[in-house]
Ligand binder design. Structure first.
Ligand SMILES: Nc1ncnc2c1ncn2[C@@H]1O[C@H](COP(=O)(O)OP(=O)(O)O)[C@@H](O)[C@H]1O
Ligand SMILES: [Mg+2]
Length: 235
């Protein structure tokens, strides 16, 4: 791990997790079940919360599986804290239970950027994309690489963009890692929102406004596009 990663500065309490509330009984219930995790809406000491539990992968050796899930849970908790310190709106971590691979966090309001972008006017869309770029710029300025920047991992409320799902993230000072991070977002925008044209320039504007190292990231993006499989990033 990189030197900026510290294990001792995240306000995370370790204790038994809250019982899960099975789906179907609103307001508690499953919000999402991805390949990695089950996300449920729960009550945490009277607060509206979300519990994200990493599910065992049957094909993995049990001890390795346990270790990986608990490591990713701890790392995600740490990165969420780091993101907030970087000035990015991200959920407050209420509880992280490594052995149970469960993270309990603030439930953020709003909707996924995936849906927000589709409903927005062109002007709203530009503003959201810029906000998204600013958020990534702040993360990268603090050497936080998200690892899975898609419009399902960005939430939108009142024009504000929030970042969730740091499960594939890490701390890195490498330009290459930051370039790949943005490249993933570019690909996600192309894959999901292509009918609105190239949305990346607005993202880039926000990113460059918040991260002094943006020119170095631009070099990486240029190199990725030169590798041939992708179209260029900037007109
Ligand atoms: N803190 C949160 N507040 C509100 N919704 C959330 C929160 N965390 C996750 N979600 C919802 O659950 C979905 C899956 O969560 P995510 O952390 O992205 O898990 P996965 O790793 O399975 O993609 C998100 O796309 C979002 O809709
Ligand atoms: Mg996700």
């Amino acid at each position: 791990m990189q030197p900026r990663q510290r294990t001792d500065d995240v306000e995370v309490t370790w204790r038994e997790p809250l019982p899960f509330h099975p789906g179907g009984d609103a307001p508690h219930g499953a919000l999402a079940r991805g390949a990695e995790a089950l996300v449920e809406r729960v009550d945490h000491l009277g607060r509206d919360a979300v519990a994200k539990r990493r599910l065992p992968k049957g094909w993995r050796a049990p001890e390795l599986d346990q270790r990986l899930r608990s490591q990713r849970t701890k790392l995600e908790a740490r990165l969420l804290g780091e993101a907030k310190r970087a000035g990015v709106r991200a959920p407050v971590v209420y509880d992280a239970h490594a052995r149970e691979a469960t993270l309990t966090m603030e439930r953020l309001p709003g909707e996924r950027m995936r849906e927000a972008l589709e409903r927005a006017t062109a002007a709203e869309r530009d503003a959201l994309l810029r906000r998204a770029g600013e958020a990534v710029g702040k993360l990268h300025a603090h050497d936080i690489v998200h690892g899975d920047l898609t419009t399902s991992n960005l939430l939108v409320h009142d024009g504000e963009v929030m970042v969730i799902d740091f499960g594939l993230g890490h701390i890195s000072v490498e330009d290459e890692d930051k370039g790949v991070d943005l490249h993933v977002l570019h690909e996600a925008l192309q894959a999901t929102h292509a009918r609105h044209g190239d949305l990346f320039p607005q993202v880039w504007a926000g990113y460059a406004a918040r991260y002094a190292g943006a020119p170095r990231t631009a070099h990486v993006l240029d190199a990725i596009s030169r590798r041939g499989r992708y179209k260029g990033y900037r007109a």
